[in-house]
Design a protein around this ligand. Sequence first.
Ligand SMILES: CC(C)(COP(=O)(O)OP(=O)(O)OC[C@H]1O[C@@H](n2cnc3c(N)ncnc32)[C@H](O)[C@@H]1OP(=O)(O)O)[C@@H](O)C(=O)NCCC(=O)NCCS
Length: 224
Amino acid sequence: MRGWLLRLRDLVRLLITGHAGRVWRVVSHRLYSNCSSIGLRRDLTVPFPAPAAKLPIVVRPLIAGDDLTFLDLTAPGLSDDQMFERLGQRRILRSGLETCYVAVTPDGGPYFMEWLVLASANDRVRAFFGNLYPRLRADEALLEGAYTVEAFRGQGIMASAMTQMAARAAEAGVRWVITFVDETYPPAMKASVRAGFQPYVRRVETYRLLRRRVAFIALDRIAS
Ligand SMILES: CC(C)(COP(=O)(O)OP(=O)(O)OC[C@H]1O[C@@H](n2cnc3c(N)ncnc32)[C@H](O)[C@@H]1OP(=O)(O)O)[C@@H](O)C(=O)NCCC(=O)NCCS
Protein backbone atom coordinates (compact mmCIF):
# COMPACT_ATOMS: atom_id res chain seq x y z
CA MET A 1 0.00 0.00 0.00
CA ARG A 2 1.34 3.49 -0.79
CA GLY A 3 2.63 5.65 2.06
CA TRP A 4 -0.17 8.21 1.95
CA LEU A 5 -2.85 5.48 2.01
CA LEU A 6 -1.25 3.91 5.07
CA ARG A 7 -1.17 7.34 6.74
CA LEU A 8 -4.82 7.96 5.94
CA ARG A 9 -5.77 4.58 7.36
CA ASP A 10 -3.82 5.39 10.54
CA LEU A 11 -5.56 8.76 10.89
CA VAL A 12 -8.91 7.00 10.75
CA ARG A 13 -7.66 4.54 13.34
CA LEU A 14 -6.56 7.39 15.62
CA LEU A 15 -9.96 8.99 15.24
CA ILE A 16 -12.01 5.92 16.05
CA THR A 17 -9.82 5.01 19.03
CA GLY A 18 -10.45 8.39 20.68
CA HIS A 19 -7.31 10.27 19.67
CA ALA A 20 -9.01 13.07 17.74
CA GLY A 21 -6.63 15.64 19.26
CA ARG A 22 -3.68 14.00 17.55
CA VAL A 23 -5.60 13.81 14.27
CA TRP A 24 -6.24 17.53 14.43
CA ARG A 25 -2.52 18.20 15.08
CA VAL A 26 -1.60 16.15 12.01
CA VAL A 27 -4.22 17.79 9.80
CA SER A 28 -3.40 21.34 10.89
CA HIS A 29 0.31 20.56 10.39
CA ARG A 30 -0.41 19.57 6.80
CA LEU A 31 -2.57 22.57 6.13
CA TYR A 32 -0.02 25.13 7.29
CA SER A 33 3.31 24.54 9.00
CA ASN A 34 6.99 25.35 8.89
CA CYS A 35 9.41 23.03 10.64
CA SER A 36 12.98 22.00 10.41
CA SER A 37 15.13 19.01 11.23
CA ILE A 38 18.84 18.60 11.51
CA GLY A 39 20.70 16.10 9.37
CA LEU A 40 23.68 14.51 11.07
CA ARG A 41 26.33 12.25 9.59
CA ARG A 42 29.25 10.11 10.61
CA ASP A 43 32.33 9.33 8.61
CA LEU A 44 32.90 5.63 9.24
CA THR A 45 36.58 5.84 8.33
CA VAL A 46 37.04 7.72 11.61
CA PRO A 47 36.91 5.19 14.47
CA PHE A 48 34.37 5.91 17.19
CA PRO A 49 34.10 3.87 20.40
CA ALA A 50 30.58 2.53 21.00
CA PRO A 51 29.09 4.24 24.07
CA ALA A 52 27.81 1.67 26.56
CA ALA A 53 24.12 1.56 27.39
CA LYS A 54 22.88 0.65 30.86
CA LEU A 55 21.69 -2.63 29.27
CA PRO A 56 24.39 -4.63 27.44
CA ILE A 57 22.57 -4.65 24.10
CA VAL A 58 23.63 -6.02 20.73
CA VAL A 59 21.91 -5.20 17.44
CA ARG A 60 20.79 -7.68 14.83
CA PRO A 61 18.22 -7.68 12.04
CA LEU A 62 14.60 -8.14 13.10
CA ILE A 63 13.49 -11.75 12.65
CA ALA A 64 10.08 -13.40 12.41
CA GLY A 65 9.02 -14.28 15.94
CA ASP A 66 10.57 -11.22 17.60
CA ASP A 67 8.21 -9.96 20.28
CA LEU A 68 6.78 -6.65 19.04
CA THR A 69 4.06 -6.30 21.66
CA PHE A 70 5.61 -2.93 22.54
CA LEU A 71 3.84 -1.71 19.39
CA ASP A 72 0.46 -3.06 20.51
CA LEU A 73 -2.26 -0.55 19.66
CA THR A 74 -4.78 -2.07 22.03
CA ALA A 75 -2.69 -1.62 25.19
CA PRO A 76 -4.81 0.22 27.76
CA GLY A 77 -4.30 3.92 28.46
CA LEU A 78 -2.16 4.84 25.44
CA SER A 79 -1.69 8.59 25.11
CA ASP A 80 -2.16 10.39 21.78
CA ASP A 81 1.62 10.51 21.28
CA GLN A 82 2.19 6.86 22.21
CA MET A 83 -0.50 5.76 19.76
CA PHE A 84 0.90 8.02 17.04
CA GLU A 85 4.47 6.77 17.55
CA ARG A 86 3.41 3.11 17.50
CA LEU A 87 1.38 3.60 14.33
CA GLY A 88 4.41 5.25 12.72
CA GLN A 89 6.71 2.32 13.51
CA ARG A 90 4.15 -0.19 12.28
CA ARG A 91 3.79 1.78 9.03
CA ILE A 92 7.50 1.59 8.28
CA LEU A 93 7.44 -2.13 9.09
CA ARG A 94 4.58 -2.63 6.63
CA SER A 95 6.34 -0.59 3.94
CA GLY A 96 8.85 -3.41 3.45
CA LEU A 97 11.78 -1.01 3.84
CA GLU A 98 14.98 -2.89 4.66
CA THR A 99 16.69 -3.46 7.01
CA CYS A 100 15.03 -3.15 10.40
CA TYR A 101 17.50 -3.79 13.21
CA VAL A 102 16.58 -4.46 16.82
CA ALA A 103 18.61 -4.22 20.01
CA VAL A 104 18.42 -7.24 22.28
CA THR A 105 20.19 -8.82 25.26
CA PRO A 106 20.89 -12.58 25.57
CA ASP A 107 17.63 -13.02 27.45
CA GLY A 108 15.44 -10.12 26.52
CA GLY A 109 14.18 -7.60 24.06
CA PRO A 110 13.81 -6.18 21.56
CA TYR A 111 14.33 -2.88 23.42
CA PHE A 112 14.93 -0.70 20.38
CA MET A 113 14.32 -0.70 16.62
CA GLU A 114 15.71 1.35 13.75
CA TRP A 115 16.18 0.95 10.00
CA LEU A 116 19.56 0.90 8.33
CA VAL A 117 18.85 1.80 4.70
CA LEU A 118 21.37 1.39 1.88
CA ALA A 119 21.44 3.19 -1.46
CA SER A 120 19.89 0.12 -3.13
CA ALA A 121 16.63 1.08 -1.37
CA ASN A 122 16.53 4.65 -2.75
CA ASP A 123 13.39 4.03 -4.81
CA ARG A 124 11.55 2.45 -1.90
CA VAL A 125 12.50 5.35 0.36
CA ARG A 126 11.17 7.79 -2.25
CA ALA A 127 7.94 5.78 -2.66
CA PHE A 128 7.28 5.72 1.09
CA PHE A 129 8.70 9.01 2.40
CA GLY A 130 8.47 11.16 -0.74
CA ASN A 131 11.24 13.75 -0.96
CA LEU A 132 12.02 13.78 2.77
CA TYR A 133 15.52 12.35 2.38
CA PRO A 134 18.32 13.10 -0.05
CA ARG A 135 18.94 10.31 -2.56
CA LEU A 136 21.67 8.14 -1.06
CA ARG A 137 24.96 7.79 -2.88
CA ALA A 138 26.51 4.32 -3.12
CA ASP A 139 28.79 5.07 -0.15
CA GLU A 140 25.98 6.43 2.05
CA ALA A 141 23.38 4.83 4.33
CA LEU A 142 20.44 6.27 6.24
CA LEU A 143 19.39 5.53 9.81
CA GLU A 144 15.65 6.13 10.18
CA GLY A 145 12.78 5.22 12.48
CA ALA A 146 14.60 5.05 15.83
CA TYR A 147 12.32 3.84 18.58
CA THR A 148 13.18 2.75 22.12
CA VAL A 149 10.59 0.73 24.00
CA GLU A 150 8.99 3.23 26.36
CA ALA A 151 9.99 1.56 29.65
CA PHE A 152 13.66 1.50 28.56
CA ARG A 153 14.14 5.10 27.43
CA GLY A 154 16.84 7.26 28.97
CA GLN A 155 19.28 4.32 29.35
CA GLY A 156 21.59 5.16 26.48
CA ILE A 157 20.20 2.43 24.22
CA MET A 158 19.77 4.58 21.11
CA ALA A 159 23.38 5.82 21.01
CA SER A 160 24.81 2.37 21.60
CA ALA A 161 22.54 0.79 18.97
CA MET A 162 23.29 3.50 16.39
CA THR A 163 27.02 2.97 16.81
CA GLN A 164 26.63 -0.77 16.35
CA MET A 165 24.43 -0.27 13.28
CA ALA A 166 27.00 2.11 11.82
CA ALA A 167 29.56 -0.69 12.17
CA ARG A 168 27.21 -2.97 10.19
CA ALA A 169 26.99 -0.30 7.50
CA ALA A 170 30.79 -0.14 7.32
CA GLU A 171 30.84 -3.91 6.71
CA ALA A 172 28.54 -3.26 3.73
CA GLY A 173 31.09 -0.83 2.24
CA VAL A 174 29.42 2.39 3.40
CA ARG A 175 31.52 5.40 4.34
CA TRP A 176 28.90 7.94 5.46
CA VAL A 177 25.87 7.22 7.65
CA ILE A 178 23.28 9.98 7.83
CA THR A 179 20.23 10.52 10.02
CA PHE A 180 17.65 13.27 10.55
CA VAL A 181 16.25 14.44 13.87
CA ASP A 182 13.55 16.89 14.78
CA GLU A 183 15.11 20.06 16.18
CA THR A 184 12.43 20.31 18.84
CA TYR A 185 13.01 16.77 20.20
CA PRO A 186 16.25 16.70 22.23
CA PRO A 187 16.45 12.94 23.03
CA ALA A 188 17.15 11.90 19.42
CA MET A 189 19.64 14.75 18.88
CA LYS A 190 21.50 13.98 22.12
CA ALA A 191 21.70 10.26 21.34
CA SER A 192 22.89 10.88 17.76
CA VAL A 193 25.67 13.20 18.92
CA ARG A 194 26.63 10.66 21.58
CA ALA A 195 26.91 8.09 18.80
CA GLY A 196 29.48 10.26 17.03
CA PHE A 197 27.19 11.94 14.48
CA GLN A 198 27.75 15.60 13.61
CA PRO A 199 25.21 18.08 12.24
CA TYR A 200 25.81 18.97 8.56
CA VAL A 201 22.53 20.05 7.01
CA ARG A 202 19.20 21.63 7.95
CA ARG A 203 16.05 20.23 6.37
CA VAL A 204 13.28 22.80 6.09
CA GLU A 205 9.79 21.38 5.57
CA THR A 206 6.80 23.55 4.78
CA TYR A 207 3.21 22.49 4.31
CA ARG A 208 0.62 24.65 2.58
CA LEU A 209 -2.80 23.10 2.02
CA LEU A 210 -1.40 19.52 2.10
CA ARG A 211 1.44 20.34 -0.32
CA ARG A 212 4.89 19.73 1.12
CA ARG A 213 8.08 21.43 0.10
CA VAL A 214 11.41 20.21 1.37
CA ALA A 215 14.71 22.06 1.15
CA PHE A 216 18.15 21.04 2.37
CA ILE A 217 20.53 23.80 3.44
CA ALA A 218 24.13 22.93 4.23
CA LEU A 219 25.02 24.17 7.69
CA ASP A 220 28.33 25.61 6.49
CA ARG A 221 26.32 27.81 4.10
CA ILE A 222 24.20 29.05 6.98
CA ALA A 223 27.30 29.83 9.05
CA SER A 224 29.10 31.75 6.27
C1 LIG B 1 14.39 9.19 20.57
C2 LIG B 1 14.50 7.89 21.35
C3 LIG B 1 14.67 6.75 20.34
C4 LIG B 1 15.71 7.98 22.29
O1 LIG B 1 15.95 6.69 22.79
P1 LIG B 1 16.71 6.42 24.17
O2 LIG B 1 17.25 5.02 24.06
O3 LIG B 1 15.84 6.73 25.29
O4 LIG B 1 17.89 7.45 24.09
P2 LIG B 1 18.92 7.79 25.25
O5 LIG B 1 18.76 6.87 26.41
O6 LIG B 1 20.28 7.88 24.60
O7 LIG B 1 18.44 9.22 25.71
C5 LIG B 1 18.75 10.39 25.01
C6 LIG B 1 18.46 11.57 25.91
O8 LIG B 1 17.06 11.71 26.09
C7 LIG B 1 16.70 11.57 27.46
N1 LIG B 1 15.47 10.76 27.51
C8 LIG B 1 14.99 9.99 26.54
N2 LIG B 1 13.83 9.44 26.91
C9 LIG B 1 13.60 9.83 28.14
C10 LIG B 1 12.55 9.57 29.06
N3 LIG B 1 11.50 8.82 28.75
N4 LIG B 1 12.64 10.15 30.24
C11 LIG B 1 13.69 10.91 30.54
N5 LIG B 1 14.70 11.20 29.72
C12 LIG B 1 14.65 10.67 28.53
C13 LIG B 1 17.86 10.85 28.07
O9 LIG B 1 17.99 11.06 29.44
C14 LIG B 1 19.02 11.42 27.30
O10 LIG B 1 19.35 12.72 27.75
P3 LIG B 1 20.69 12.99 28.59
O11 LIG B 1 21.81 12.81 27.65
O12 LIG B 1 20.55 14.40 29.03
O13 LIG B 1 20.69 11.99 29.68
C15 LIG B 1 13.22 7.64 22.21
O14 LIG B 1 12.98 8.77 22.99
C16 LIG B 1 11.99 7.30 21.38
O15 LIG B 1 11.78 6.15 21.02
N6 LIG B 1 11.13 8.32 21.05
C17 LIG B 1 9.95 8.10 20.25
C18 LIG B 1 10.27 7.88 18.80
C19 LIG B 1 11.03 9.05 18.22
O16 LIG B 1 10.66 10.20 18.37
N7 LIG B 1 12.13 8.74 17.53
C20 LIG B 1 13.00 9.76 16.97
C21 LIG B 1 13.14 9.60 15.53
S1 LIG B 1 14.37 10.76 14.95
